[in-house]
Design a protein around this ligand. Structure first.
Ligand SMILES: N[C@@H](CCC(=O)N[C@@H](CS)C(=O)NCC(=O)O)C(=O)O
Length: 213
């Protein structure tokens, strides 16, 4: 197995997930692509593995290539059930997926589209359709509003879905850290999220956010 990886929240989500599962780079080596220079967009081998040319790509020993960070994590969970990160019962799994989907749709989509159209415009405009600067600013404001909503939903807890750390917490943690790497700050009035992030920053897996790539 191999993890084709790069800078950015999606590969780092899978890398953190692997570390949470106790799976080291000796078991799943990492192949790095420089997305800033667009290496992923010009590499024919990667395009064969993922026609969308994005990362991560999780390559199995038989050459099967899995894409999309969330399904990759579910694949890893099915093959390495412990520690459990998606829920032990169908009800728990529905709860974890509910929070992850809400966050993916309500925060990740506007946040990433907003970034690509504003601060990330020089990098992304040549490689994909991006909305106008004005629309980008509106999308960023929409995602900040939803960050506030998640702050309220979290309340005094440090876990959004269950009473323990799950994939839903991981995706929130990763996209907050992605924001920090591109100059974003938590919106005002999100003290619960600030505490949540400080708490999960103590995890061994969080160390990858300190590494240069
Ligand atoms: N929905 C995909 C998103 C993949 C994605 O956009 N990856 C980014 C890195 S975080 C990427 O490859 N960016 C470089 C590019 O688009 O050229 C997932 O969940 O993995």
């Amino acid at each position: 197995m191999k993890l084709h990886s790069s800078l950015g929240p999606n590969p780092r989500l899978v890398r953190m997930f692997l570390i949470e599962k106790g799976i080291g780079e000796d078991q799943v080596p990492r192949v790095h692509y420089d997305i800033v220079t667009g290496e992923n967009r010009s590499n024919d081998d990667l395009t064969d593995k993922n026609p969308l040319q994005t990362l991560p790509v999780f390559e199995l020993d038989d050459g099967t290539c899995l894409t999309e960070s969330w399904p990759i994590c579910e694949f890893i969970e099915e093959n390495h059930p412990e520690p459990n990160l998606f829920g032990n019962t169908s009800v728990e799994r529905a709860e974890v997926r509910k929070w992850a989907r809400l966050f993916d749709q309500e925060v990740v989509v506007p946040m990433t589209m907003g970034f690509r159209a504003t601060g990330g415009r020089p990098m992304f405009e040549p490689r994909m359709a991006v909305v106008s600067q004005e629309a980008g600013a509106e999308l960023s404001a929409m995602s900040d509003e939803k960050w506030r909503w998640f702050d309220q939903a979290l309340g005094e807890r440090n876990h959004i879905a269950l009473d323990r750390f799950t994939f839903a917490d991981l995706i929130i943690f990763c996209f907050a850290n992605f924001g920090f790497t591109v100059g974003w700050k938590l919106p005002e009035g999100t003290d619960n999220l600030e505490r949540f992030i400080a708490t999960h920053n103590q995890r061994d897996s969080a160390g990858i956010w300190q590494q240069a790539e």
